[in-house]
Ligand binder design. Structure first.
Ligand SMILES: Nc1nc2c(c(=O)[nH]1)N[C@H]1C(S)=C(S)[C@@H](COP(=O)(O)O)O[C@H]1N2
Ligand SMILES: [Mo]
Length: 376
């Protein structure tokens, strides 16, 4: 077990090493598997190792193996010709692209919502950054020939619900987004095949958008000539159409829209709550940040609970959609308790807010993080 206190509990979680191709993970749920990345992993670099990359599935009918010879990705619907692609076609038949991008669950950090909301009680580890290798979705769509009048492109994978009437997971993007040349179908992650639990053999990568759209074990692409109204677009994964997707608990009659682009976040990775920091001496502090759907412009740090802010130095830019490391030194002048805070401003000029948002699904948390330390 590890300590993981949340407002209102629980206080601890199990660590598991029992899942295929996965190392030590925080066990949120067994079936379907919901595995969270332990926090110390984020201090080791900007790329999250595959064997500790978080895992989230909705239905428990997940194939335990995929036959690479019979696997096909089908593109059909409002197209000139239906195409059925083998894995060899995917590897050899299109130009290869590579992109670093953060995969973050819409509900990452949900456990901190107050009042509490139902759903997986993630702390901050339902996110990860990887170098994704694959092909442009646009190139695959062009092979089928999208017909005029196409509106959305719908994606689904090999996983199945365990009860007959449950809606299979299907997510859609607007046709222009799908064809923007950045959305990709990945067959590798950090230079290796995708782990089964992260979507082997193919997954969608939608840079800058929450990973509910990043359909795993992708085997079906359907071009629609009408907006998708399936459960996973119309009901699940919708947010209030308000600033920061925020409402007051109990508000009703709010217009809801499908969740979409991510917002900036930043974290300390080498200092944890309650740590002791030497008084009067420069102490190195570091962490990670990401801009959301654009790059990181700056990360500022405060050691007086947000009264004053100082810039930090940003590490190497591995691409605007990925994690960016930041570092600096802080000197805490006298003994006592200090609240450290970090704030990312993205290249669109959007900064993290100083008050938390709230919505009933626990989505899109990005309030400025604070960590209390003791100078002694
Ligand atoms: N086929 C399939 N793809 C899926 C899902 C799913 O249940 N089935 N869940 C989505 C959600 S909500 C998340 S948060 C991410 C998690 O990706 P990961 O398990 O690789 O971290 O997968 C997305 N893609
Ligand atoms: Mo998610």
């Amino acid at each position: 077990m590890i300590d993981l206190p949340l407002p209102g509990g629980p206080d601890a979680r199990s660590i598991t090493t029992q899942f295929p191709q996965k190392g030590s993970m925080i066990l949120q749920r067994t079936r379907p598997p919901l595995l969270e990345t332990p926090w110390d992993v984020f201090d080791t670099g900007v790329f999250t190792p595959n064997n500790q990359f978080y895992v989230r599935w909705h239905w428990a009918g997940i194939p335990t193996s995929v036959d690479i010879d019979t696997f096909r990705l089908t593109v059909h619907g409002h197209v000139q010709r239906t195409v059925s692609l083998t894995l060899k076609d995917m590897l050899d038949g299109f130009s290869r692209v590579e992109l670093a991008a953060v995969n973050q669950c819409s509900g990452n950090s949900r456990g901190f919502f107050a009042p509490r909301v139902p759903g997986a009680q993630w702390v901050n580890g339902a996110m990860g950054n990887a170098l994704w290798t694959g092909v442009r979705l646009k190139d695959v769509l062009d092979r089928a020939g999208v017909k005029a009048g196409a509106v959305q492109v719908r994606f689904s994978g090999l996983d199945e619900a365990v009860v007959p009437d449950a809606p299979r997971l299907m997510k859609s993007l607007d046709v222009d987004h799908a064809r923007d040349g950045e959305v990709m179908i990945a067959y590798a992650m950090n230079g290796e095949q995708l782990p089964l639990l992260n979507g082997f053999p193919l997954r969608l990568v939608v840079p800058g958008w929450y990973s509910t759209y990043w359909v795993k074990m992708l085997n079906d692409i359907e071009i629609l000539d009408q907006p998708d109204t399936n459960y996973w677009m119309k009901t699940a994964y919708t947010i209030p159409d308000t600033p920061h997707a925020s409402i007051r608990p109990g508000d009703t009659g709010v217009k809801m829209v499908p969740i979409n682009r991510m917002v900036p976040r930043s974290f300390l990775t080498n200092v944890s709550p309650g740590n002791t920091v030497p008084v009067g001496a420069p102490t190195p502090v570091r962490g990670i940040a990401f801009g959301g759907d654009c790059g990181v412009a700056k990360v500022d740090i405060s050691s007086d609970a947000g009264k004053s802010w100082n810039p930090t130095q940003l590490g190497k830019d591995e691409g605007k959609y990925g994690f960016r490391q930041w570092e600096t030194r802080i000197t805490l002048p006298s003994a006592g308790r200090y609240t450290l805070m970090v704030r990312c401003t993205n290249t669109n000029g959007e900064a993290q807010p100083d008050t938390p948002n709230w919505n009933p699904a626990g989505f899109m948390r990005n309030v400025i993080e604070s960590v209390d330390v003791i100078a002694a």
